[in-house]
Write a protein that binds this ligand. Structure first.
Ligand code: BDR
Ligand code: CA
Length: 303
């Protein structure tokens, strides 16, 4: 099983990605770190702990950065609701995050395990930028970074910028410049990874996970229950388990941090016009029926 550290800002599509990371038999989820993004980091941490309690899992959760590196947080409560996971009444519990911040927890894990680990990021990249700055040697202990973020085309937060990159462009720039092996699952594939209303009706989601996810889905505003829901973050987990569902191309990717209108844009040099060495495997296409089948299969493994 692939050992994985998941950095997340739950987030309704994050919650589905967490379910897949927990129940996909190919993955071994070692640590969850939280970041400010969809809502504040206090809320994303609370949500991550609620999910661990819901599934009775003891994966450690470390709370990460409360703000982007240099900018103010702009959240996405308009997509995920005020709590970040609106729509389901999770029961109270007394679980707490680790005593160390996310980047320290990641470094401690990397230092105490010989095998390189896969880092999956499905929120802004603040924690990873802090890790790479504080502990440059962590690079050698990360097998690769698989992210949901960015776009080779249009954005979903500004005309060109995808939310996770737009919220902390300086952090994203640092990550793309780091020399890490990066797989980018951006809007080019995640906008297509829709769960249609017909599909959702057929999903065998009568168990407690299904009931919880359906309750969250009715509050999720990336798409709608009548047009279909976009499962952005789930694509990063799908790539880990079934890379054959994706068409990827090695490209040079840079993050615009300056532009008046374009800050937060991932500049994906598909045609090699800048003459720079590729630093990212960019997912440009996805087998949508194959993805939907995998989602159904993995969610059927949840209680
Ligand atoms: C990304 O933005 C967030 O709202 C989602 O959770 C996902 O990580 C999609 O652009
Ligand atoms: Ca997310």
């Amino acid at each position: 099983r692939t050992p994985v550290i998941l950095d997340t800002d739950p987030g309704i599509d994050d919650a589905v990605a967490i379910a897949a990371a927990l129940f996909a038999p190919q993955l071994d989820l070692k640590l969850i770190t939280t970041v400010a993004g969809n809502v504040s980091v206090e809320k994303t941490t609370r949500n991550a702990l609620q999910l661990m309690h819901f599934w009775q899992k003891n994966i450690p959760v470390a709370q990460g950065a409360a703000t982007p590196l240099v900018r103010k947080l702009r959240d996405a409560a308009y997509v995920h609701g005020e709590s970040g996971m609106e729509g389901y009444a999770f029961v109270e519990h007394s679980r707490k995050p680790l005593a160390v911040p996310a980047f320290e927890a990641i470094y401690q894990y990397l230092s105490s395990n010989a095998d390189p680990v896969t880092l999956v990021t499905i929120g802004p990249l603040t924690n990873i930028a802090l890790l790479l700055t504080q502990y440059p040697d962590s690079r050698n202990k990360i097998k690769r970074l698989v992210m949901m973020g960015g776009s080779a085309g249009r954005g979903n937060f500004t005309p060109n910028a995808e939310f996770n990159i737009a919220i902390d462009p300086e952090a994203a720039a640092r990550v793309f410049e780091s020399g890490l092996e990066i797989v980018m699952c951006g809007l080019d594939v995640t906008n297509r990874a829709m769960l249609s209303p017909q599909y959702l009706q057929q999903l065998p989601l009568k168990n407690q996970t299904g009931k919880m996810l359906h309750a969250l889905f009715s509050h999720y505003r990336s798409g709608s229950m009548t047009t279909g829901l976009r499962m952005h973050d789930l694509c990063a987990i799908a790539w880990l388990v079934k890379p054959e569902l994706f068409t990827t191309q090695p490209c040079f990717v840079a993050v615009e941090t300056q532009g008046t209108y374009t800050s937060g844009t991932t500049v994906v040099d598909i045609e090699g016009r800048l003459g720079r060495a590729a630093n990212t495997q960019v997912a440009l296409d996805i087998d949508v029926p194959g993805f939907q089948q995998w989602v159904a299969d993995v969610l059927a493994l949840a209680p």
